[in-house]
Design a protein around this ligand. Structure first.
Ligand code: GLY
Length: 555
């Protein structure tokens, strides 16, 4: 008996050691080379993927101030290899306690233009500083002083901005001009800076130092918090000190799904990402997209998106405020029911599914990064201040650009927001509530392959991640997922948007023949950052979207 047990114990030991062993190399893909570099510096100092995530998040806040920042929020999807724990860290912003469903409406009940987008009243209570403190304390090995050091350095010493900065600043010039502290930092003598602008953020460096020293309290309590509140109120906002004191990061169970043997782990509400992905993939699971002709395959993807985005609008919101039929929406039976009404030879107008508004879609903002360390710990994080440069408002002395995430609520239910999304009652503004998001940090897992991915891009985030998952399912590599041509349907407006080159001329003709209305965007959109670990052969790959200026590296 003893003779039999010994080899068994040895086998079990080898099995568990192999199961726990991480990849030979670490990988980081982020939207900016300085952020990717900071992540590796932290890994080299003995930090794990979670420490690197703190560093990358903070550096992105400095070097991509138009995409994310301490004045915003985000979702960090984590997998800790030591105990297999998968968790979604919810650092989403919350509505201030004085917020109400009519706060952006005029006396006739119509939205007041730009009020939920520009200036202090558009800002929700930030979650990013709390999330970084939580991430460091609960999951990291290093101190915040170590992990925030690269961001402090770049804020203090400055760096040269690129073309993306110039374009983003140009698009938000008016909002930045309206806030003297923002104009002072982000503009050049009140105008959009030209190429090679040296961006110095001394106040932000101080704010980061305070966060490094005091953690959560360094942002949400004391004189710093009082100054933020006083200046927000002076500029027409409604924050109170109590709003900041009340802010909490939440840990949530991720949303899990399955597609062709691929385990999908993504963001649950208050992000709509995981639910919409699961619903669309369930619908698509009965088709053979790889062998269908390209027009049929794309038509089916569009029809699946139409239905999944419709349910987003109808049902989803903050789980603390609304009951959502998540189990039904993500069940294969529900998808089978929806599939019955999909005709392979014709588009079904969205108005046949429900009421139609007249929204318009735009937007490209936010940021994403993906990390795997040599232990196998994983992070996919999508962070945002909503529109480029958020609300454009900076409280003097803080260096912190505040978000305009309040516009992600259904500001006026039934009417479109900045992304053309027509929210329902589930996402109406309520005090303390988290606004519905599309951010979709995602892990994909098969027996042999682990992928970590996500992208910015407003409501198009989910369709971009969907296309990447379908590409992964066809065994393509990260370079292919981040480069693949993009098209998007979000139920309303009833239009298939596609980026230049996203559909071939034959596909455009074929889809129009099926009854789809098509619209080319004026620019290629998204900035996907992806990592892949192939366990067999132990190879690690990483890719940064060719549309952006990010950097992906394996070391
Ligand atoms: N602010 C964009 C999103 O959360 O979807």
């Amino acid at each position: 008996m003893r003779n039999l047990l010994q080899p068994l114990v040895l086998l079990l030991w080898i099995f568990s050691a192999t199961a726990l062993a991480g990849p030979r190399q670490a990988a980081i893909a982020s939207a900016h080379p300085l952020a990717t570099q900071a992540g590796f510096e932290i890994l080299d100092q003995g930090g794990n993927a979670f420490d690197a995530a703190v560093a990358v998040s903070a550096v992105l806040a400095v070097v991509e101030p138009f995409g994310s920042g301490l004045g915003g929020g985000g979702f960090w999807l984590l997998k800790r290899v030591s105990d297999g724990k998968e968790i979604l860290l919810d650092g989403r912003e919350t509505a201030p306690w004085a917020a109400s469903s009519t706060m952006y409406l005029d006396e006739q009940g119509n939205p007041i233009p730009q009020l939920s987008l520009d200036g202090a009243k558009a800002a929700a209570i930030p979650g990013l500083p709390a999330a970084l403190a939580h991430l460091a304390k609960r999951y990291g090995r290093l101190s915040l002083a170590q992990t925030l050091a690269p961001a402090i350095h770049h804020a203090e010493s400055g760096f040269e901005t690129g073309e993306r900065y110039r374009l983003a600043a140009k698009s938000r010039e008016k909002a930045l001009q309206a806030s003297p502290a923002a104009a002072e930092i982000f503009l050049d003598h009140g105008q959009t800076p030209g190429p090679g602008f040296h961006l110095l953020q001394k106040d932000l460096a101080q704010t980061l130092r305070r966060l490094a020293r005091q953690g959560h309290a360094g942002f949400y309590r004391g004189p710093f918090a009082s100054n933020l509140v006083a200046q927000v109120r002076k500029a027409g906002g409604i924050w109170t000190q109590r709003d900041l004191e009340r802010y909490r990061v939440l840990e949530r169970e991720p949303l899990r799904g399955e597609y062709q043997g691929i385990r999908i782990v993504s963001a649950p509400p208050p992000s709509s990402g995981g639910v919409v992905l699961a619903e669309a993939l369930n619908i698509l699971s009965a088709y053979d997209l790889e062998h269908d002709d390209p027009v049929t395959a794309k038509h089916l993807i569009i029809e699946a998106e139409r239905r999944a985005y419709r349910d987003r609008d109808l049902y989803l919101g903050d789980p603390a405020f609304v009951e959502m039929p998540i189990r039904r929406l993500t069940s294969p039976d529900y998808a089978a029911g929806l599939r019955v009404a999909i005709r392979p030879d014709r588009a079904l107008p969205s108005e046949n599914l429900s009421d139609v508004g007249n929204p318009s879609s735009q937007g490209d903002h936010t940021t994403h990064f993906s990390i795997i360390d040599r232990q196998g710990n994983q992070v996919a994080a999508t962070l945002s201040i909503n529109q480029r440069f958020g609300s454009g408002f900076v409280a003097a002395g803080s260096g912190v650009l505040l978000n305009d995430e309040m516009d992600d609520f259904a500001v006026s239910p039934g009417k479109p927001n900045a992304y053309g999304l027509v929210g329902g009652d589930a996402n109406r503004i309520e005090p303390g509530k988290r606004m519905l998001s599309s951010m979709s940090p995602t892990f994909l897992e098969t027996e042999d392959r682990i992928a970590i991915l996500g992208t910015p891009g407003g409501s198009r985030i989910i369709s971009m991640v969907l296309l990447a998952i379908l590409d992964f399912a066809q065994n393509h590599d990260p370079q292919s997922w981040v480069s693949t041509g993009r098209f998007h349907h979000q139920y309303l407006p009833d239009v298939v948007e596609y980026e230049p080159g996203g559909l071939s001329p034959e596909e455009i003709k074929g889809l129009e023949k099926l009854g789809h209305k098509l619209k080319e965007t004026s620019y290629r959109y998204g900035d996907m950052q992806a990592v892949l670990w192939e366990k067999q052969g132990d190879t690690v790959g990483a890719a940064s979207d060719p549309r952006g200026e990010g950097a992906a590296s394996v070391r």
